[in-house]
Unconditional design. Structure first.
Length: 228
C-alpha cells in the first residue's frame, strides 16, 4: 500500500499513485567532501531563496524567463509565498516536483522536474539553478544526476528533456556530463530577460544507459560516495 504523508520521507517503497516522487528526498551523495541531496521545497525556504536570487541577479536574469516586473519585487517574500503555494499545488496534483538542492544541510539552489506526463508520453523537463558561492564545484552536475535518477526510478518516467541558451556553456557541460544528447534547435523558444531567445534542446531516456546517473558520475570520479 502506498504511504499517506505530508512530511518528506526517503525515496523508498511503493510509489504514490497520484504524485509519485513528491514529498520524497533523494539519497545523499558527496561532492568534494560536501554532502548533497535533493529535498522537497518547504515554506521556510523563502528567506534564503529571496536573498540568494536577489544577490545573484546578474547571473540569473540573463538566462531565466522574463519576470514581468523588476527583479527585487519578483523575488520578494510576497512573490515567494505566491510561488510556493502554486508549486505545492502542482506537486500534489502530480504535475511537477520542486526540490531544494541541499548542500551540507543548507539551501544551495533549486531543481525542478516539470510538466510531468505519464502514460504513452512519460516525460518531463528538468531545470536547475545553483547559488553562485557553490558554482564551479560540481554541485549542479551532481544535483542533476540525483534529479535524473529520481525522475526515472521514483516518478517512473521514460524520458527527460532540458534546454539552454546556445551560449550557456556551463549548463551544456552539466547536461552532457549526465548523458543528455543534443536533439534540436528551438527558434525563439522562450522569452528570456526581455526578448525571445533560441534554445538548444537535449534529451535523455531511461534506456540510454544500463546504470544510473549517479553511478556514472561515481565511476567518472565526479562524486565520491552515495548513501541513504
Amino acid at each position: 500500500m502506498f504511504r499517506l504523508f505530508h512530511r518528506a520521507q526517503p525515496a523508498l517503497g511503493p510509489r504514490h499513485p497520484h504524485h509519485p516522487g513528491w514529498l520524497e528526498y533523494t539519497p545523499t551523495i558527496t561532492v568534494r567532501n560536501q554532502r548533497l541531496r535533493l529535498r522537497p521545497l518547504e515554506k521556510n525556504d523563502g528567506d534564503l531563496w529571496s536573498e540568494m536570487r536577489i544577490y545573484d541577479q546578474h547571473h540569473l536574469q540573463p538566462v531565466e524567463p522574463t519576470v514581468g516586473t523588476y527583479w527585487e519585487k519578483a523575488h520578494s517574500m510576497q512573490a515567494w509565498r505566491e510561488m510556493y503555494i502554486n508549486l505545492r499545488q502542482s506537486a500534489y496534483a502530480g504535475h511537477l516536483l520542486p526540490f531544494v538542492i541541499e548542500l551540507n544541510g543548507e539551501f544551495a539552489g533549486q531543481l525542478t522536474i516539470g510538466n510531468i506526463q505519464h502514460g504513452t508520453v512519460s516525460d518531463a523537463w528538468i531545470g536547475y539553478w545553483v547559488f553562485s558561492a557553490h558554482t564551479g564545484k560540481g554541485v549542479a552536475t551532481a544535483a542533476c544526476a540525483l534529479g535524473i535518477d529520481h525522475a526515472f526510478a521514483r516518478v517512473g518516467l521514460h524520458r527527460l528533456t532540458a534546454t539552454h541558451l546556445p551560449d550557456n556553456h556551463a549548463s551544456n557541460k552539466v547536461l552532457m556530463a549526465n548523458g543528455f544528447k543534443q536533439e534540436g534547435y528551438l527558434r525563439k523558444n522562450l522569452h528570456i530577460n526581455g526578448q525571445w531567445r533560441d534554445h538548444i534542446l537535449l534529451g535523455l531516456t531511461r534506456d540510454d544507459y544500463p546504470t544510473t546517473a549517479t553511478n556514472r558520475l561515481m565511476a567518472a570520479g565526479k562524486i565520491q560516495k552515495h548513501f541513504r
